[in-house]
Design a protein around this ligand. Structure first.
Ligand SMILES: Cc1ncc(COP(=O)(O)O)c(C=O)c1O
Length: 479
């Protein structure tokens, strides 16, 4: 392929019908949901060594390459893809990726990508509005209203959590940026806070042992009545609490921590309250489900992935702050605030992110919204949350299965109960399912007990698909 627009056009025209058939097949549920070869075999089948050494891929060879590539993919649009918290993306989001790839505007400096930059800021305003942290009249208002929040898009929720904790540190210990951590800071959170929280604490240099865990229920929901004693324990040991983290929702179960009660505790003690809404913050878009985020007004920061429940391609997350100044303070930059001043037409995000060169990832969500509108997105979330409850009813009514809790978000844990009572037994079922690849689900431990787990993230997954899954599990169990 030559580096010309004509060759690009020719290659895209060549592969588009192949991609169309692949997606259509996936959406119709034809064939396996996943095909995985041994890495060394797949590498050979893709001819990777040859292509990397010699180059020369062109319009004549691209189809063969793509066929192998697609044959060895996880089919995210297959109704039997009910696995991880990664979207079965709206295809409009792929348009954003193509345009971004073609124009390649790293927009952290406004002049390097005005469209990408203005789309990101408008998307941030839209998300702030959903969080209740936007004070402007409409989301195209970029002025610095008092009462306005702030935020930035990052490459994923892990980076967003890290940014939020850096902001919390900047508040309690602004000198740490130059002098290093004071050594007495801890973060409080659930025992099952996503691992990116413990990692962020380590990356910041606090040491992951300085996550003071708060006990949870048997279903791993943080018990707010234990906050006071854990706080006292930290203080009596000479520690200062930098932040308290809530799950919204927990990765394993999809259950929400009680945000309102945790927030009340934090506000009483003047503690930074961070809500990890990587998955569950999308309930904010739905009038029916947004009660799960009740109490968010008490938080200082939150994160929200778009590649989970907002239907975008990987990878995009937001870190949002209630106080507009929090983002500006995070990296101790001198100079102008995020919003543009008079002599500049736009805003430079670079001082406000970990990333230096940053892709225009806001376009991914923009395209989903531009296709469906916010009502369409709300309908999707309503549908996924509602049908998950139906699936729960179906599974728990089945003689051979049990579900340990009623789902809040679109995540269900369940066990085959008519077999051996061990964690290994459930894991073997999952392994056999993945080997057969008719269905793709995951597995997790909740409070030491292993469950099969599904994330109902694909709008095409219906009751009869779940019936088929249960039948296959029964078949596997009776082998
Ligand atoms: C609660 C929670 N926080 C953070 C993350 C990390 O997000 P990402 O995979 O976008 O880095 C996840 C991922 O599943 C999550 O469930």
């Amino acid at each position: 392929m030559k580096n010309t627009p004509q060759d690009l056009s020719a290659i895209i025209s060549e592969i588009l019908p192949q991609i169309e058939i692949y997606l259509q097949d996936s959406m119709e549920g034809n064939g396996k949901v996943l095909h995985q070869e041994l890495a060394s075999k797949l590498s050979a089948e893709l001819n990777l060594n040859k292509w990397i050494r010699e180059g020369g891929i062109d319009v004549h060879s691209v189809s063969d390459f793509l066929k192998t590539y697609l044959d060895n993919s996880q089919r995210m649009h297959h109704p039997h893809y009910i696995g991880h918290q990664v979207s079965s993306n709206h295809l409009a989001s792929a348009v954003a990726d193509f345009i971004s790839g073609a124009v390649n505007n790293p927009m952290a400096i406004y002049e390097m990508g005005p469209s990408g930059a203005v789309i990101e800021q408008t998307i941030i305003n839209w998300m702030l509005e959903k969080a209740g942290w936007f004070a402007g009249d409409n989301i195209e208002d970029f002025s610095h209203h008092s009462g306005n929040g702030s935020g930035v898009l990052t490459h994923g929720g892990s980076m967003a959590n890290l940014t939020a904790l850096l902001a919390a540190r900047a508040r309690i210990s602004p000198e740490a940026w130059d002098e290093g951590n004071p050594g007495d800071l801890v973060v409080m959170g659930s025992e099952v806070a996503h691992y990116s929280i413990a990692r962020a604490i380590s990356i910041i240099g606090m040491g992951s042992r300085n996550l003071v865990t708060v006990p949870t229920t048997s279903m791993e929901v943080l018990k707010p009545e234990h906050l006071e004693e854990r706080y006292k324990y930290a203080v009596e040991n000479g520690k200062r609490v930098m932040a308290v983290v809530a799950n919204a929702c927990a990765t394993s179960t999809g259950l929400y921590d009680p945000i309102d009660e945790i927030g009340e505790f934090c506000n009483e003690h003047d503690l930074w309250f961070h809500v990890d809404g990587a998955h569950g913050a999308s309930a904010l878009v739905s009038e029916k489900e947004n009660h799960f985020m009740k109490g968010l007004h008490r938080a200082d920061s939150m994160i929200w992935d778009t590649h989970k429940m907002l239907r975008t391609t990987t990878l995009c997350a937001a870190v949002l702050f209630k106080d507009g100044k929090s983002l500006a303070n995070t990296f101790q930059q001198k100079g102008s605030y995020l919003f543009h001043d008079k002599e500049k037409p736009g805003f430079d995000l670079m001082p406000y992110t970990i990333e230096c060169t940053k892709a225009g990832i806001g376009t991914k969500l923009f395209w989903v919204l531009a296709a469906e509108g916010e009502k369409g997105l709300a309908d999707y979330i309503d549908h996924q949350y509602t049908i998950t409850r139906k699936f729960y009813d179906l599974i728990s009514a089945h003689d051979d299965f049990e579900c340990p809790y009623y789902p809040e978000a679109n995540i269900i844990c369940f066990r085959y109960k008519s077999g051996e009572d061990s964690n290994a037994y459930q894991l073997n079922i999952r392994n056999e399912l993945v080997k057969r690849a008719n269905y793709y689900i995951t597995s997790t431990e909740v409070n030491g007990v292993r469950y099969l787990r599904m994330t109902v993230i694909n709008e095409l997954t219906k009751v009869h698909h779940i019936e088929g899954l249960l039948a296959e599990i029964v078949e596997i169990a009776n082998l």
